[in-house]
Design a protein around this ligand. Sequence first.
Ligand code: PLP
Ligand code: ZN
Length: 432
Amino acid sequence: MAAQTVASTTNSAEAVDLGPAAALSCRECGHRVPLGPVFACEECFGPLEIAYDFSAYETEELRKRIEAGPANIWRYAPLLPVPADVADKPNINPGWTKLVQADNLARELGVDAGKLFVKDDSGNPTHSFKDRVVAQAIEAARVFGFTTLSCSSTGNLAGAVGAAAARAGFRSCVFIPHDLEQGKVVMAAVYGGELVGIQGNYDDVNRFCSELIGDPAGEGWGFVNVNLRPYYAEGSKTLAYEICEQLGWKLPDQLVVPIASGSQLTKIDKGLQELIKLGLVEDRPYKIFGAQAEGCSPVSVAYKAGHDVVRPQKPDTIAKSLAIGNPADGPYVLDIARRTGGAVEDVNDEQIVDAIKLLARTEGIFAETAGGVTVGVTRKLIENGLLDPTLTTVVLNTGDGLKTLDAVASDTGLTATIRPNLDSFREAGLAS
Ligand SMILES: *Cc1c(COP(=O)(O)O)cnc(C)c1O
Ligand SMILES: [Zn+2]
């Protein structure tokens, strides 16, 4: 079975060719190991991330190569840990989603005209940003010889893994908390993979997956957000690349990013730093703001208290896609928010619903609860004077409202019910 290939890859120093990816490097101590399906440093247990060798790139040639690439994340293949022939493999090819200039929303929030943008990642194949990270993980899984893909998920990841596995011909078996929104459950199940509900919250699901990984029951499985996490995480950099390219190869001044595990926010910062180092954008300051729901706000609480460590919480919020009470990358998010001069803020469930409706009514974008969190937090940051409404600001919408209909179902509905005739229409007071 393919699992044997994995063992030989990890145990020997046999070189794996993942394009410009050179090694895995520990975020804490810098210890380097060869590319393989490992995620924790053998010296200090810190998280491993991909280290690249970009030295062969010449800036303007690289820019041209990217611009001539496909209208999906693979236009950035030279900056990702993927084999050279990735474009020929069956993949759901996410990315190159719209960057919407949100002038109507800007007016409502008091932001200068032309300065506010929504990066709308609901436009991905399974309607969330998770397609970006899974697309990376699945290419790594292929290289390492895994045949089953798995994950612990707050909902969107389960759907993204199901779809990507179906298209690429992998078995998938994914784990979610048993009480997720129906839209997320259906979306995860429809692709025909195995979907297991765990009696517990996301943090329980994640703990279970860590156990499964060390057990023969999970042998040969690629867990996209555990043993493939270093590769998976790099997918979030493509959000940073696209935003800058879509702004005409310019850094935005401010970004508002949702936080679940904190991986996305951390890698957006990594992506922006890479663009600066490669000379693809001008080196100038930017601020990254993190957004959480009050009912699951471990990073926001730590930020406001001035702490460097994040105390786990038991989540209770309608923003279930962000409901990770013990976020793995929490401390790195705190670093980035502080280093860039951003902040971390949270909004309550009522503010999330109001923000979903505000974005829908102003820009015609129906966000999931995570988008309600970022738009709601943007409003709060402007009110608090932390976000400058005169500067270019990009707010992320990372998922589709159709998956979280319940959040707004109780306050939306028919304007009127009438008989099919004009008198009845006039009586309802709707005539022009
Ligand atoms: C997973 C997810 C995020 C962010 O996840 P991180 O774990 O912080 O990378 C944001 N929005 C949505 C809709 C998600 O599903
Ligand atoms: Zn280390």
